[in-house]
Ligand binder design. Sequence first.
Ligand code: ZN
Length: 501
Amino acid sequence: MPENLVRLKERLARLKRLSEVSELLGWDQQTYMPEGAAASRGEQSAVLSQLIHDTFVSSETADVLGAAEQEIAGADPDSDDVRMLAVVRRDFDRETRVPSDLVAELSRHQAVAHSIWVRARKENDFASFAPALEKMLDLTRRRAEALGYTEHIYDALLEGYEPSLKRSEVAAMFAGIKPALVEMTRAIGASARPVDASLLHRSYPTEVQKSLTLKLAEEFGFDLKRGRQDEAAHPFCSGFNRDDVRLTTRLDPNYLGQGLYATLHETGHGLYEQGFTVEYDPTPLGTAASLGVHESQSRLWENMVGRSRNYCVHLFPQLQAAFPGALGNETTESFYRAVNRVEPSLIRVEADEVTYNLHIMLRFELECELLTGELKVSDLPEAWNTRMQAYFGITPPTDSEGVLQDVHWSAGLIGYFPTYSLGNVMSGQLWHAVRRAHPDLEEQIRRGQFAQLLEWLRANVHRYGRKYSPATLIEKATGEPINSRYYLEYLTAKFSEIYGL
Ligand code: ZN
């Protein structure tokens, strides 16, 4: 093997292991770490991040990367090595384009803005957060200019989460589905067949939920020899590498929907992480293609599978046996309807399948306007509320339940929101493709068999890790460019039936 490529791979392997350690510290922080360790953990994480960053952007990396690129010039453009070098080049250029004093200023301001936001949300005081947001936007604009873009300043930021996706493509996708979603939301609100979800709000002992959700994750195909599940205040999935994937869930003794669907969602993320090709570990290809692709996996298992009538046929008897007091007199059908209740609501993270994307579109539109200066920070709460009224027919009574609800902008995560909806759209497209490949798939799910679904996802999505861009990956898997047609068809068919539209 070419000598510089070998040296580069060794260097990248060390960096990958270091970042796994760093993620492990983060996982521990959100699960078991005693509160008193917060300050020392912050320092540990900072030391590691600095070490990883400095090693990666060093002149040694630049030299060996350049030499390796020359060594493989002319090789098969689809080979793993060529694809890996393209990924490393892209990361290297992104990390070195932003001046280090701006990186430091951003990271300092993130800490400050975050604590100001926490207080502002608690006290419903947008005005106290506004100057911190102004400064965050200013620093973000400077960062985007340093990163560079051809069409729109937003593209430079989006690229960090969703490689090669453009703002214009997101806008076109949203324009295609927004009218239908707004109309569906309105029609559901006026439906003569409302859904009663009260059965989910009964007594569900958490110890029982804990063992049951773990069993459901395992049933989907999550390998407990290479992963585990714990509890955390905000459920997440940490995949250090394919052999160590940590799910978290949050169990509420009076609400079954929380823990159950948090587990199914995070299991979707976890299955993806466990499915990367073994030879990609530890290389930069042994990670996710993008946030959107990651979310397509969680949404597919949570919604297309977990909230389907066929899965409920399999699941409900198990729930009834585990919680006879709460569900003894209920039916599969009442459970199916309850977990698919649609209601326009103020809070994004509690939103159902139909209204969720409207929350994302609203944020995407506003952050684009804020970045270009079309919208002033001082006018943001009003713009938020106007759009809430237009899309959902409701106006937040307070800014805490409106413009102040999400952590993202205070943390400098601007350009991140569209990846949630993109994941939904991709999940609809993949769901369509896998059922075309296996016409009896839903029958299998009804019997509690998930192996063929997982095998298809492994072969068409998981194993490639970061080898292909999201657009290429989805087109290879489904035979079509990313498009929202199947997702919209899925929503329309499902909710028209439930609500008798
Ligand atoms: Zn997720």
